[in-house]
Write a protein that binds this ligand. Structure first.
Ligand code: 9RB
Ligand code: ZN
Length: 370
């Protein structure tokens, strides 16, 4: 078993500027310049931990490439691509589309390298060069829709890679799990009418995008039943997340019988994240990965490719990410020093109000067929 790994230093050069978290500085309104929430640090530190821990010696490095315009066009409109390309040439760059997702000069090329990095990870898995793969890319992708970027995302990296696998590699059925704490609206919208791509998003109920990702978003037309959402209440910890894996994700993927499993892997459901109110620990992410590898072994010879999304705790994301990539590779390196603290928080066990949501989503699994 081998695990592929994509990273490039220039992912850290995607420049989101000096926004105070979300908002541009505005001294007259009391907003002091700071860092954008989506800055390089969490991802750069995860990569460095992968190197320093020695995990890198167990991984097969995969070089990213730029996604071509034709590859981007499988998901995005020509107008969106042209606008990003032209703003990318401006001295101060532009914005992905919603006014809170800035990018610096050359942002187009870095975003195309993120999408192309995920394509390369998927190709390596589909061609059997590796069993599974993790693409530690930036900018993230799962909120970007056909006509615009949003929520810090420029291009829909994972949807572009899935469309590539189908159009260029003959893959027929793909299951996409999104465990980022926010709703994977962009990935979902790309395949909303498509019964050959199952999208499952586990997220904190109604955080971002506002009003997106409710239980009743289930697909349209021929795709009805092939979008699943599990909007967990705030405060959900390892028990709730593992229950969602056991009661919804595993049965759904087992029924669907995919050829390939993709994961939008954000770490913003962690117990240390500043943008959400969930409590997942590195042990939780480790167990979720094991659960997914088990269902992948049973359905698609273990083929999993993961694409990095959000996660905003510079201290904790590296240990959550390490746990996932270690599990994919079947090795352990350094322990998570935070685990005794965050694992000791009260409330990790599955709670009744979490079960209510999970059971409702589990009720939709009967409509999924292979
Ligand atoms: C603004 C809003 C956001 C936008 C994006 C995120 C996180 C994305 C992520 C969080 C909050 C709303 C500026 C809503 O990590 N995805 O994985 N907030 N955006 N309203 N307004 C005015
Ligand atoms: Zn997120």
């Amino acid at each position: 078993m081998t695990t592929g790994y994509v990273y490039h230093e220039v992912y850290g050069w995607h420049d989101t500027g000096t926004n105070a978290g979300l908002f541009g500085s505005d001294p007259l309104a009391g907003i002091q310049p700071y860092q954008h929430f989506e800055n390089a640090e969490t991802k750069r530190r995860m990569h460095e931990l992968i190197v320093v821990s020695g995990l890198i010696d167990h991984l097969t490095r995969i070089a990213p490439r730029h996604a071509t315009e034709d590859e981007l066009l499988r998901i995005h409109t020509p107008e969106h691509i042209a606008r990003i390309k032209s703003e990318s040439q401006l001295p101060k760059g532009g914005d992905a589309g919603d006014g809170i997702s800035p990018f610096g000069k050359g942002g187009y090329e870095i975003a195309a390298l993120a999408a192309g990095g995920v394509i390369e990870a998927v190709d390596a898995v589909v061609e059997g060069r590796v069993t599974n793969a993790y693409a530690l890319v930036r900018p993230p992708g799962h909120h970007a829709i056909s006509s615009m970027g949003m929520g810090f995302c420029i291009f829909s990296n994972l949807a572009i890679a899935a469309a590539h696998a189908i159009a260029a590699r003959g893959v027929e059925r793909i299951a996409i799990l999104d465990w980022d704490v926010h709703h994977g609206n962009g990935t979902q919208s790309a395949f909303y009418g498509n019964p050959n791509v199952l999208t499952i998003s586990i997220h904190q109920d109604n955080v971002f995008p506002p009003g997106s990702g409710a239980l009743n978003e289930r697909g349209e037309g021929a795709g009805v039943g092939y979008a699943l959402n599990v909007p967990l209440p705030p405060g959900t910890g390892d028990g709730g997340y593992l229950s969602a894996m056991d009661e919804v994700v595993t049965p759904a993927i087992t029924s669907f019988r995919p050829d390939l499993i993709l994961v939008a892997s954000g770490f913003d459901a962690s117990a240390m994240d500043p943008l959400s109110r969930q409590m997942v620990t590195s042990a939780g992410y480790r167990s979720m990965t094991t659960r997914l590898m088990d269902v992948a072994a049973a359905t698609c010879d273990g083929r999993i490719a993961m694409s990095h999304e959000g996660g905003y705790s510079p201290a904790y994301v590296p240990f959550c990410g390490l746990a996932v990539v270690e599990t994919l590779a079947g090795v352990t390196t350094v322990p998570d020093p935070f685990l005794p603290i965050v694992g000791g928080f009260a409330g990790h066990e599955l709670q009744p109000h979490q079960s209510t949501v999970i059971n409702e989503a589990a009720g939709f699994v009967k409509d999924i067929h292979g």
